[in-house]
Design a protein around this ligand. Structure first.
Ligand code: S3P
Length: 169
């Protein structure tokens, strides 16, 4: 079967949902956010899942939901959580189910977007604002070997929707 889904991957605050929704509109794909699917399935928010069960349990739940993407009939853009590609064999799972696109962004941009968003992010919640950029830079370096496995990579600086659409023509 021809692969039909597109997985957007990248660090928190890189714009996966923002660009994913727009790309889905342009390509006439469905759009789903993996974190939303996890929250719906668990009937609990992501911060609550972290608090109640801890990160490793969250990662198991995350992979279960990722695998369920295989049941979707329509071509779909999936915005994944920032850590999703970095646990279990999720990069291979995504590559098997579709194409993968890494949205790269500088730590300063990621910090700015994280701070201005209303989403509560358990991974960075306890990091003081003045240490946040350095924390992100270091964490991003750790995650890069996973993100770099994506089939496509774009930097979000100056990114236009047409640049993304062109990748999948
Ligand atoms: C996480 C990123 C979050 C969410 C969870 C863990 C991470 O998603 O999955 O809080 O480990 O980077 P976003 O990247 O959409 O913020």
């Amino acid at each position: 079967m021809e692969t039909k889904h597109i997985f957007l991957i990248g660090y928190m605050g890189c714009g996966k949902s923002y660009w994913g929704k727009r790309l889905a509109d342009s390509l006439n794909f469905d759009f789903v956010d993996l974190d939303d699917l996890i929250e719906n399935r668990e009937v609990m928010s992501i911060p609550e899942i972290f608090k109640k069960y801890g990160e490793s349990s969250f990662r198991k739940r995350e992979q279960k939901v990722l695998l369920s993407i295989g049941e979707l009939k329509n071509s779909t853009i999936i915005s994944t959580g920032g850590g999703a590609p970095c646990f279990h064999d999720n990069m291979s799972v995504m590559s098997t189910m579709g194409r993968t696109l890494f949205l790269e962004a500088h730590p300063a941009i990621l910090k700015q977007n994280i701070l201005k968003s209303d989403d509560e992010r358990p991974i960075v919640k306890a990091i003081p604002e003045e240490e946040l950029e350095a924390y992100i830079a270091n964490h991003l370096k750790e995650r890069m070997p996973f993100y770099q496995q994506a089939q496509f990579k774009v930097n979000v600086k100056g990114l236009e929707l047409s640049d993304l659409v062109d990748l999948f023509k």
